[in-house]
Write a protein that binds this ligand. Structure first.
Ligand code: MG
Length: 389
């Protein structure tokens, strides 16, 4: 029971969209395929991993440090001591050997890419969908077969700001989403309010079906000005108002803004998550935590993050991960999270869910295929064949 090959490359997910902070014209991802000597249905078990959008490929780190450490480990180094399987926790320790603490950044992306592929393998060896395996190991067997998803988009449309935005949001409603999210902070407060009200109009006036996302753009004064303007609307949540590491800004915002706040997609370790909960004034009865397992050292680290949340009095149901990928969806369904992000039509084929999964009232079904379910994403599998043969 061992890994016989780790193939790694990069792939583009460039697009012409932009948020309040970055454009995606050069966005790419690291992609790995790990092959084992374990046979199922006459074929070697393979695992697939990639990082989600917003952070670039971490291929230098993968090639120079992370993958060599796995290759140099002995043949039994990754074996689970309790089961006939690989052990992602042992792999994590090997990958992080001789890495100093703190400074969680691109390294967390590299480890997350491998971790995703390893969990795909672990579930395939047990011949179960990953969400079921996770529920059995970590959640008293309570797997959900549907998960809440919301459609994230609402970018800027120079020249057709209101009609372009409304058309986009209507397309999400037509796909079965009832809850949507739009970008703010790329225009003036006055213009953003007009955009927000235009979207609320097509949600039958129900602002609780709309979240807004400033992508960390605002200083304290701007964050508070938006808070005062947004609060009477009753939005689903107000996301990433200020810099992701400015816990004092977040804490002041939480004193002013009574509605739900969301953040966490740019925190990449359980230590950073713990600091947010210690110092960011986040409220466990209403706020949303968006840590993305694919960007933050993978599921092994995400389990640690859930532990620090529990110690701070938070339920896993307050988590709705960033990223819109099938890995986080499996984690959400297996570990009792509150849902998962979705980016209909962008960042494919890495983003998005299985070919036949249809969204109804913002709920999406989980795949029955062993592993994460990537074999039910035909465009992703075709791309993997192109990349690795
Ligand atoms: Mg966001």
């Amino acid at each position: 029971m061992r890994i016989i090959d780790i193939a790694e490359t990069t792939a583009s997910i460039a697009s012409d969209i932009r948020n309040a902070y970055i454009d995606f014209s050069k966005m790419d991802v690291s992609v790995v395929k790990i092959t084992t000597d374990v046979m199922r249905q006459g074929e070697p078990v393979v695992g697939y991993g990639f990082n989600s959008n917003g952070r670039y490929s971490a291929s230098g780190i993968l090639r120079d440090r992370i993958i060599p450490r796995l290759r140099e480990a002995g043949p039994d180094a990754l074996k689970d001591p309790a089961r006939e399987n690989l052990d992602p926790f042992r792999a994590w320790d090997l990958m992080m050997k001789n890495e100093k603490p703190g400074g969680h950044g691109e390294r967390s992306v590299a480890v997350g890419v491998i971790d995703m592929a390893l969990w795909d393998i672990v579930a395939k060896i047990e011949e179960k969908p990953l969400h079921q395996l996770l529920a059995e190991r970590f959640n008293d067997g309570k797997a959900s077969d549907h998960t809440f998803v919301y459609a994230a988009g609402g970018y800027y449309y120079p020249g057709k700001e209101i009609t372009g935005l409304q058309d986009e949001m209507r397309s999400y409603l037509d796909m079965g989403y009832s809850t949507v999210k739009m970008k703010i902070g790329g225009a003036s407060l006055k213009d953003d309010l007009a955009r927000i009200e235009a979207v609320i109009d097509i949600l039958d006036g129900d602002a609780s079906r709309l979240a807004v996302d400033a992508n960390g753009r605002f200083d304290l004064n701007t964050a508070l000005a938006y808070a005062r303007a947004l609060e009477p609307l009753g939005l689903r949540w107000y996301e990433e108002a200020g810099d992701p590491l400015d816990y004092a800004l977040q804490a002041v915002l939480g004193e002013i803004y009574k509605g739900p706040l969301a953040t966490g997609e740019n925190l990449f370790s359980h230590q950073d998550a713990r600091n947010l909960l210690r110092y960011g004034g986040m409220r466990p009865d209403r706020d949303i935590l968006q840590f993305d397992p694919a960007l933050s050292y993978g599921l092994v680290e995400y389990l640690r993050t859930l532990d620090v949340m529990r110690q701070a009095g938070w339920s896993p149901s307050r988590c709705i991960p960033h990223g819109g990928h099938q890995f986080a969806l499996s984690i959400a369904a297996g570990l009792g999270l509150g849902g998962n992000e979705s980016y209909p039509g962008i960042f494919a084929p890495f983003g998005g869910f299985t070919d036949t999964a249809t969204v109804e009232d913002s709920q999406i079904p989980l795949p029955a295929t062993p592993g994460i379910g990537f074999e039910e994403k035909s465009r992703l599998m075709a791309l993997y064949r192109d990349l690795f043969g």
